[in-house]
Design a protein. Structure first.
Length: 294
């Protein structure tokens, strides 16, 4: 007897919906396989055939910082690659073909820089987005990233930060150490971040100084905030106002009517207003009072 197994019914495929915080324009550009650059409030995403090839944000160190600060590449070599291959948009290919860096290391650093900057670019924004068709990045194609994968990683990072410390103020504000008698010991990665906290630097400043992805710095700072070691710096107090008596007189308003001089008095009124023991003057006063009483 032959038993024929029946395969389980296949569930219908559902189209993945894009969650909050992801640009609807980016989804449309991915669907139409567009090439160009998407400009948003906190950075830009470069696309080729609907996939993201590079991301950049002022809040995140770029690929050059990750390569040079990490010791993978000398800064002079990076500048040479941009000068010789940037116009042809083949900087990545030039670095690999010339033996300056292996393809695997370049891809690893690129993905780190791309995810890092995309986290900020795809953050909530009230400003409109723009797309420039046809614009290509000088790095050239290295490892394009599907938009869906970029979205998943962005949302995962957002949820992770919220679980660590729900207040996002530590992501953008200048940071200070809390006033504690003794700080608990922290891991080496947090100690390096803590060493850059000086009341002026923000998370982006610390990431740039350390040459690390900005998201990693956000994670360590939120953990330090959870431990009560780091907090946001208080905004500077406004200068005290001088006492009212010492305030200079306000200048006249430009639309204010010019001040009118007091009306001139006739000689008789001036004479009557002055005290005098002269009998003629006294008579004139009595006549005035009598006339006013009529």
């Amino acid at each position: 007897m032959t038993v024929v197994s029946t395969p389980p019914p296949r569930l219908p495929l559902r189209r993945r919906s894009f969650g909050p915080g992801v640009s609807p324009m980016l989804r449309r550009l991915a669907e139409e396989r567009a090439t160009g650059v998407l400009l948003r409030e906190r950075g830009a995403l470069h696309l080729a055939d609907g996939q993201v090839t590079y991301a950049e944000s002022p809040e995140s160190p770029g690929l050059d910082v990750l390569l040079t600060t990490g010791g993978v590449l000398d800064s002079e070599v990076w500048r040479e690659a941009v000068a010789r291959a940037g116009e042809d948009r083949r900087v990545g290919r030039f670095l690999v073909d010339s033996g300056r860096v292996t393809e695997g290391v370049l891809e690893l650093c690129l993905v780190a820089a791309l995810f890092d900057a995309a986290y900020f670019v795809l953050g909530p924004s009230s400003a409109p987005a723009r797309f420039r068709y046809g614009a290509a990045h000088w790095l050239g194609p290295v490892r394009p990233m599907p938009v869906a994968a970029l979205e998943r990683e962005t949302l995962r990072r957002r949820e992770l930060l919220h679980r660590i410390w729900p207040d996002p103020a530590t992501d953008t504000a200048p940071l200070v150490r809390t006033d504690r008698a003794a700080e608990p010991p922290v891991p080496a990665r947090q100690e390096a971040v803590l060493g850059k906290v000086n009341g002026v630097r923000t998370a982006a400043d610390i990431s740039l100084a350390l040459g690390r992805p900005a998201f990693h710095t956000l994670v360590e700072l939120r953990r330090l905030a959870t431990a009560g070691i780091v907090t946001t710096a208080s905004p500077p107090l406004p200068p005290p106002r001088p006492p009212r008596s010492a305030q200079p007189p306000r200048p006249p308003r430009a639309d204010a009517a010019p001040e009118q001089p007091p009306p001139a008095l006739d000689p008789v009124s001036v004479l009557l207003a002055q005290p005098s023991a002269d009998p003629d003057v006294a008579l004139l006063r009595r006549l005035r009072d009598a006339l006013e009483a009529l």
